[in-house]
Each structure stands twice: as structure tokens, then as C-alpha cells.
Design a protein around this ligand. Structure first.
Ligand code: GLN
Length: 497
């Protein structure tokens, strides 16, 4: 299997370079940010009818931002950041004042936000042109982007397959050379899982370290924005741009950002001596795709040969993560999505003078939300209702604590945990749409980390011998030790070459 959109086959070599290389060329004035940005816009124009990574392309705004960077650099100013001038694709769940923000829902079709998300603002302040807004599952609920109200994203490795979800658009854009950098959000795996399916790198930072202000809420106790790119260093560079305390987010943590770029550079020597790597027993057993397990075992052996000490770790409650997640998440969704009532934002149906306000709300919600979003709102409202709250929601919260304890115990023995990022490689579009449980099961390996609020990465671990498709290696680090992901990830990446 090969990715016919592999960036190596691209017409313009500027779309095959790493973000760090592009930044070097731009900052030394060998190329302009406009040239780099235009090359990616051309690439989008050439391939995105096949991929459908973007819901909106903002060529004019991107080029204006690029010109601004070029002007400043030409005037002798220092670059606004290490990535100044290098363009990026933004998941369409972060608000932007100059482009629509839809969360891939009919509810917000054409919606223009009056303010920028903090992440959006940090990207702009860093001099990073925003190419456009990427496709996703509606309100970030799903594992394949098939829940997008605007049609699915196709995996550049095989157009008949999913690029994962909910952030399939961002990862597919990277894999197809449409953007060297992208932003996602990860509530239960939506950054790591699409990264795994597209052979790219995706990081879910520690909860509270990337602002959620202006991020359209799915499940607020789980949601976290994060960086994605085609290699570990680029991901680290973007991580430093978007992370940091924000007074506008009540759950934002006021402490210094972990030194992720330094860690990525340190890891690049490929040395893992002295690093204790824990293999999660629960995610390394028969029943998952043999080709995925085979690639995972080869990855573990590679880390051993790089000097890591490999230790098997038992996390018994990880098996219950699915049940807990699919109670907690719908409960938060039912509350968060109550705001889409046809009165304040976006869609309003039946406002013709013949319907009551209640009828307008009901008609708007019936037409505006897709089936998966409705399923979760109904499930969550039920689980939170009198008489069921203790049996479902509180019970799920207890399981959540047990999962956090499993992690804490594991980190007494090891520095970092590893597992495959997904149970199988990319599945066919259409294969799981009518079977919600099969879809939910696909996130088995990524959910525990969100429930515990920790930091995780998926990075390329070769192709599965049985499907020929990319396999992702998941790294899981303790809270606020995101730098460990980059230290170990960069070393692993160096060992893959
Ligand atoms: N696939 C998971 C879900 O449907 C995770 C989504 C996400 O991380 N946003 O909830």
C-alpha cells in the first residue's frame, strides 16, 4: 500500500518539507511566507476534491498573514515565533473572526464568531498563516469524520478508507501535503487516532495546558486542543505556540509549559538508555488486528535496542474506560449543547410567526443536529435524570478515579506507557456507520488518557503487514510531563530511520 498523495510525490517541493525546514528558509529569506503559503493553497486546490480535508479555505486571509510576516522580516524584525510564516490548518471547532466556524454541524452553517479562540489568537500572534478550517465529526463526536454534516474526509493512503475522527480533516491535510502543521482537539482520541491512521504525529497535551476558550465544547472535562504535524519536532514547535495559561479558561493551569521543543531535540540522538517504558498489558493481547500488534511489538523491540528498559504493566480498569467515557461524555454533551436552541447562535427553524418559542427550539434542534449528536444528547439527558444520576453518572465518575489510580500506580514503576494507538488500521468508509458500538470500540486505546487528564502522543510505527496501512504507536505520559512524549517520541522516530 502506498499513499498516492504522499508528499514526496507532490508537484511543489515546498509542500514536502518539514515545518522547521520551511521556517528556516523563510527566516533566512530564501523563500517568502507567501510562496510557501501559496504552494499549500495550490496543493489544496489540486487534491482536496479527493480528500475533503477542508470545510473552508481562506486563501485571501492566509496570504495577507503571509505578506505581513514577509514585510516584517524584510524590515529586519526578528520572527514572531519559531514557526513564523509557516502555514497551518485549523480544526473547524476553534472560533475565527475571519472565517466561518461550524464544528461540521448544520446548526452552525455559515456561523461567524465575534471573537477568536485563544488558540487562534496565539497562532496569529506567532505569525502563522491559517490556510483554512478542517473537516471533523459533528461537534467532535465520532471516529471517522463520517458524522460531518458536510461529507466525510478520505484517507490519502486509500480514498475508500477513513482518515479517522473526529479530527480526520487535520490529519488528512498533513498526510496529503496540504498543510505542514495542523491543530486538532482530543476528547477521547480525536488527535491521536487520526494521526495513527494517516502516518502523522498527534499530541493530546495535559488537560488544562492548552486553553479551551473559543473551542466549541463537546465534553468540557475531557476536551483539549493539541498540535499535529508530520514529525515530532514540528509538533513540539507548534505545541509551544499554543500552550500556556489563559485567564479566560477556568480550567487553565497556571504553570510553565513543559519544555517540549528541548525534549524533541534531545531525543533526536535516538538514545533511550535509562528510560523505563511500560507496555500496557490490556492493550497488548490477542483479538486486535495481528498486523497492528506485530508492528507494535517491533516498536517495543526497537525501543529496547535503543536502550529502554521494557516493563509489562497491568492497568485493569482500562477495560472499563469505554463504559465510563460513553456515560460521562454524553452527560456533558447534553448540558453543553443545550445552548444551541435556535435563539442565540446559528440555525433557527420555524421563526415565521406561527410557532411558539418552544416549537422553534424543537424544530431547530431536530433539523440542526445529526443522528450521533442526538443520540448522545438523549443518552446524557437520560443518565443525568433523577433516579439514574447515581446509578450511571456517579458510577462512571468512580471508574474514572480508578483509571487515574491505574495510571498513578504504573508511573511508580515506569516513566512512560506505550500501546498501539488503535486496535486496527484505517477501516473502510461506511463500514461502521450503522454500528455505533463498533465505532466507539475503535477508541478503546485512547480513552483512558482523557479520563485521567494526562498527555499522549501517536506517532508513525510502520505499516501493518496484513493491511499495508499505517500503524500508530501511542505514548502516554504523566500530567505536566508532556516533554517525555517528545523526548521518547523523537528518539523512537530517529530509530525508525
Ligand atoms: N471518538 C470519540 C468520540 O466519539 C472521541 C472524540 C474526540 O476525541 N473528540 O467521542
Amino acid at each position: 500500500m502506498s499513499n498516492k498523495y504522499l508528499v514526496a510525490g507532490s508537484e511543489n517541493e515546498l509542500t514536502t518539507k518539514t515545518a522547521a525546514e520551511l521556517a528556516g528558509l523563510i527566516h533566512s529569506r530564501e523563500v517568502t511566507s507567501r510562496e510557501v503559503t501559496q504552494a499549500h493553497l495550490d496543493r489544496i486546490a489540486a487534491v482536496d476534491t479527493d480528500i475533503h480535508a477542508f470545510l473552508h479555505v481562506g486563501a485571501e486571509a492566509a496570504l495577507a498573514a503571509a505578506d505581513d510576516v514577509d514585510k516584517r522580516l524584510d524590515a529586519g524584525e526578528a520572527p514572531a515565533s519559531a514557526l513564523a510564516g509557516v502555514p497551518l490548518a485549523l480544526k473547524d471547532v476553534f472560533t475565527t473572526t475571519d472565517a466561518p466556524t461550524t464544528a461540521a454541524s448544520k446548526m452552525l452553517e455559515g456561523y461567524m464568531s465575534p471573537y477568536d479562540a485563544t488558540v487562534t489568537g496565539k497562532i496569529r500572534a506567532a505569525g502563522i498563516p491559517i490556510l483554512g478550517k478542517t473537516n471533523m465529526d459533528e461537534f467532535a463526536m465520532g471516529s471517522s469524520t463520517e458524522n460531518s454534516a458536510y461529507g466525510p474526509t478520505h484517507n490519502p493512503w486509500d480514498l475508500e478508507r477513513t482518515a479517522g475522527g473526529s479530527g480526520g480533516g487535520s490529519s488528512a491535510a498533513l498526510a496529503a501535503g496540504e498543510a505542514p502543521l495542523a491543530i486538532g482537539t482530543d476528547t477521547g482520541g480525536s488527535i491521536r487516532q487520526p494521526a495513527a491512521l494517516t502516518n502523522t504525529v498527534g499530541v493530546k497535551p495535559t488537560y488544562g495546558t492548552v486553553s479551551r476558550y473559543g473551542l466549541i465544547a463537546c465534553a468540557s472535562s475531557l476536551d483539549q486542543g493539541g498540535p499535529t504535524a508530520r514529525n515530532v519536532l514540528d509538533t513540539a514547535l507548534l505545541h509551544e505556540v499554543i500552550a500556556g495559561y489563559d485567564a479566560f479558561d477556568a480550567t487553565s493551569v497556571n504553570r510553565p509549559v513543559a519544555p517540549v521543543v528541548a525534549a524533541a531535540r534531545e531525543g533526536a540522538n535516538g538514545d533511550l538508555k535509562g528510560v523505563k517504558v511500560g507496555v500496557v498489558k490490556q492493550f497488548d493481547r490477542e483479538g486486535f488486528q495481528p498486523g497492528v500488534l506485530e508492528a507494535f511489538h517491533a516498536s517495543v523491540e526497537q525501543m529496547r535496542s535503543q536502550g529502554a528498559e521494557i516493563i509489562e504493566v497491568d492497568c485493569p480498569h482500562f477495560d472499563d474506560a469505554m463504559g465510563a467515557y460513553y456515560l460521562i461524555l454524553p452527560c456533558e454533551v447534553s448540558s453543553n449543547l443545550a445552548r444551541f436552541d435556535g435563539m442565540r447562535y446559528g440555525l433557527r427553524v420555524g421563526d415565521d410567526g406561527t410557532h411558539s418559542a418552544d416549537e422553534v427550539m424543537a424544530m431547530t434542534r431536530a433539523q440542526g443536529f445529526g443522528p450521533e449528536v442526538k443520540r448522545r444528547i438523549i443518552l446524557g439527558t437520560y443518565a443525568l435524570s433523577v433516579g439514574y444520576y447515581d446509578a450511571y453518572y456517579l458510577q462512571a465518575q468512580r471508574v474514572r478515579s480508578l483509571i487515574a489510580q491505574d495510571f498513578a500506580k504504573a508511573y511508580e514503576k515506569v516513566d512512560i506507557l506505550v500501546s498501539p494507538a488503535t486496535p486496527t488500521t484505517a477501516f473502510k468508509l461506511g463500514e461502521k456507520v450503522t454500528d455505533p458500538l463498533a465505532m466507539y470500540n475503535f477508541d478503546l486505546f485512547t480513552l483512558p488518557l482523557n479520563l485521567a487528564g494526562l498527555a499522549g502522543m501517536s506517532l508513525p510505527a510502520g505499516l501493518a503487514s496484513d493491511s499495508g496501512l499505517p500503524v500508530g504507536l501511542q505514548l502516554m505520559a504523566p500530567a505536566f510531563h508532556d516533554d517525555r512524549l517528545y523526548r521518547v517520541g523523537a528518539a523512537f522516530e530517529a530509530g525508525q530511520k
